[in-house]
Design a binder for this molecule. Sequence first.
Ligand SMILES: [Fe+2]
Ligand SMILES: [Fe+2]
Length: 275
Amino acid sequence: MMTGKEEQIFEKVKDIPPMPQVASKVINILENPDFSFAELVRVISKDPSVTASILKMANSALFAPKNDITNLTQAISFLGVKNVKNLVITLSTKSLFTGSNTPFFDNKIWEHSVATAIISRIVVLNIDKKKAEEAFLVGLMHDLGQIIMLKSMPEYENLLADAFNENLSIYDLESERMGFTHSDVGAYLMKKWNLPPLYENSIAYHHKPANADNDFLAKIVCYANNFTKINNIGVTRNIDKCYYQKMLEIDEETLSECENFFFEIFENEKEIFNL
Ligand SMILES: [Fe+2]
Ligand SMILES: [Fe+2]
C-alpha cells in the first residue's frame, strides 16, 4: 500500500532505480548465516572497479593505518563481512550518482554523500561501535532522493542552481515548490530496495530528527550533513534548523578529535570513492 505522499512521488518520479546488481547479490548471500566466503569473493571479483576499491580501502587509514593487503580474499577477511557489504553498496551506488544533465551537481552530491558517510562513521565509532556501519550507509544514502529528483524532474536542476547560487535550503525549496522532499523520495527508495525500516526512517527524518522513530541515526546524519555543508562539501552551505551539536551523546573534545581525523583522512579517502 502506498501512502498519499508516495503516490505523489510516484507520479512525478517515474524512474525509481533498482539497487545495483552486485550490491543486491552480496546482500542476498549474506542473508544466509552459513554463507560461503568463496561465493562472496566470486561475486565481488566480477566487478573490477569495486574490487580495486575494496583493496584500496583495506589499506586505507579509515580502517587501519598499517596494512599491506594485496588480494580480495585477504581484504575481505581483514575488513570484515559487514564492512565489505557496506563498501560494495557504496561503490556500486556511485553509478546512480552519475548521468543527470548536470555532472556538476552529480559530483557535488556524491562528494557530500561520501563525506557525510565518513564523518558519521567516525563519530558513531566513538558513541556506539555496533552502529558505525549503519551510520556509514545512512550517511551515504541520505540525499539519494536528490539524485533521483535531478534525473527525473526537469525543474529540479533550477532548484539546485538556486540553492547553490543563493545558499538556500534544498529541503525548504522542495517543500515550497514540490510539496515533497528528497527525504521522502530517499525513504521511499529504501523501502523499494527492501532495506530494514531503520534506513527508511532515518533518511525520512534526516532534516527533522526529533520526529524519527528511533532518532539515533537521524540525529547523527543531521549532524554529519550539516558538518559537511559548513565545510563547503555540498551544493549549499545552508544550515538546517535541526542542527545542534549537543543532540549527540558525545563530549565536545571527542567530537573535535573526530572532526580533525576526518580532515586528516578525507583527501585520501576521496580517491577510493573516485571523487
Ligand atoms: Fe538532505
Ligand atoms: Fe545532505
